[in-house]
Design a protein around this ligand. Structure first.
Ligand SMILES: NC(=O)c1ccc[n+]([C@@H]2O[C@H](COP(=O)([O-])OP(=O)(O)OC[C@H]3O[C@@H](n4cnc5c(N)ncnc54)[C@H](O)[C@@H]3O)[C@@H](O)[C@H]2O)c1
Length: 434
């Protein structure tokens, strides 16, 4: 127990009576749900973002994130519990700041930590005694200690006594109806014991279960292990799909039967590849870090390769199916059903559908798409608009390829009306043509 009146005790006290003010830096898929959960717990939250449109929309009480109801934002703004700003010089106001900015890859697949560095710089400019800084963005082990700590300590303040620094990875799963920010356990690793204790105290009212670990590096690795685990197992499922195809065995029957084993097996399914801001990117953060230590992470590379090859595999399936009907891909009309990177969400980042469409277009196909969550597609060289999923649209396509298994799509209509269907997700009603 530290002496009363020290900065850590003040923070813990402010968590207890909810007088602490939170700052959320980056109001996207991760930042906005976290902000709303903190408001619900009783805190006042200031949202910081560099995007003026995002900030204006939120201050007008509108949500731009599918999982966050507009009403929740409107209520929080009205109650003066939430406001958003592009004025980063106000970062001295909050007692705790959670950084939720993007961590993409560069063109050469190296980590791009420029957003984390920019956010750290903004925090540093107004850092004051007693503030807690928590990095939420997924990144390689060492980022919090090696990049953020020296920048923040260059102010002359000392971590663990003057200010506090922790890493707590966000695990939000957009579109998941069961698990959200509150009921998903949250891992916390602090630079010092006080950093960890302060983070746990501040998050406790908003998050059901907190999982302390010894240091930020462990917390950083937890998140990358989780996503590498998914990438590797999806890669294995995808390889099984190719294996079964060559053996003339139904991969879905094999997976379903294997899943009846009550222990030692976890079900993963094959598909068109992986997408989103996490699975295709995060493992590369660790691979990069390990390259700097002269170690090659073989599972990561292999799973990445297997998953990245799946769009080509499915486009070949389309070509073969058309060929069986005496048609070429060139000039054929192909309707892609679902372009979001996973079901029931409106996010197309890294979606395998983008590769599927590009590969089909490269082969001369006339591609259109339907997605109930994505009205238009303006990506790289793509400029398409979602078409209604009618019997006519399905009948007029030479081939339909199901890429994303959205729940709202009428797959009976697809099975009944389409001339030819390639189903990458196994969603067509059993017994219908494939
Ligand atoms: N999307 C997910 O499902 C998910 C899940 C878990 C973890 N993550 C991780 O969380 C982090 C954020 O991802 P996201 O999907 O929320 O990203 P996002 O693109 O939806 O949101 C990021 C926001 O940060 C803002 N921003 C960028 N630079 C800024 C700066 N310097 N100062 C203030 N605001 C800034 C952007 O304008 C944007 O609004 C990433 O590291 C990601 O890997 C994402």
């Amino acid at each position: 127990m530290s002496p009363a009146g020290t900065p850590v005790d003040t923070l813990i006290g402010k968590a207890r009576d909810r007088s602490a003010v939170f700052g959320i830096v980056g109001l996207g898929y991760v930042g906005l749900p976290l902000a709303m959960e903190l408001v619900r717990a009783g805190y006042r939250v200031i949202g910081f973002d560099v995007n003026q449109r995002t900030v204006d929309g939120l201050n007008a009480g509108k949500s731009h994130i599918q999982d966050v109801p507009t009403q929740a934002v409107a209520d929080a703004v009205k109650a003066k519990k939430f406001s958003a700003t592009t004025d980063l010089t106000r970062m001295g106001e909050p007692d705790a700041i959670s950084i939720c900015v993007p961590t993409p890859l560069s063109k050469t697949k190296d980590p791009d930590v420029s957003y984390v560095l920019a956010a750290t710089e903004s925090v540093k400019r107004t850092l004051r005694k007693g503030q807690l800084i928590i990095l939420e963005s997924t990144t390689y082990p060492g980022t919090t200690r090696e990049l953020m700590l020296p920048a923040l300590e260059s102010t002359g303040m000392k971590v663990g006594t003057d200010f506090f620094l922790a890493f707590s990875p966000e695990r939000v799963d957009p579109g998941n109806p069961k698990y959200n920010t509150r009921n998903t356990p949250k891992v916390v690793g602090g630079i010092t014991e006080h950093c960890r204790a302060a983070t746990i105290a501040l998050y406790q009212p908003a998050i059901d279960t907190l999982v302390p670990v010894s240091n930020p590096e462990a917390a950083e690795l937890v998140k990358i292990l989780e996503n590498t685990f998914r990438s590797v197992n999806i890669g294995l499922a995808n390889e099984m799909a190719i294996v079964c195809d060559k053996l003339g065995v139904d991969v879905w029957e094999v997976i379903e039967a294997a899943s009846t084993k009550p222990f030692g097996f976890m079900k993963f399914t094959p598909g068109p590849g992986v997408g989103g801001h996490c699975i295709p990117l995060d493992p590369h953060y660790l691979a990069w870090k390990m390259r700097t230590l002269n170690y090659k992470t073989r599972f990561i590379e292999l799973a990445g390769e297997l998953n990245a090859e799946m769009p080509e595999y499915w486009v070949t399936k389309v070509a073969n199916a058309l060929n069986d009907q005496g048609k070429a891909v060139r000039g054929s009309k192909i309707l892609v059903v679902g372009v979001a990177y996973k079901k029931d969400i409106d996010d197309i980042r890294e979606s395998p559908a983008l590769d599927v469409i590009k590969l089909l277009e490269q082969r001369g196909a006339k591609v259109s798409y339907h997605d109930p969550h994505i009205a238009t597609l303006h990506e790289d060289k793509l400029d398409l608009k979602s078409v209604p999923l009618t019997a006519e649209a399905l009948k007029s396509a030479d081939c339909v390829i199901i890429v994303t298994d959205h729940t709202g799509v009428d797959y009976h209509l697809v099975a009944k009306s389409a001339r030819l269907v390639v189903d990458t997700r196994h969603v067509l009603p059993r017994g219908s043509l494939t």
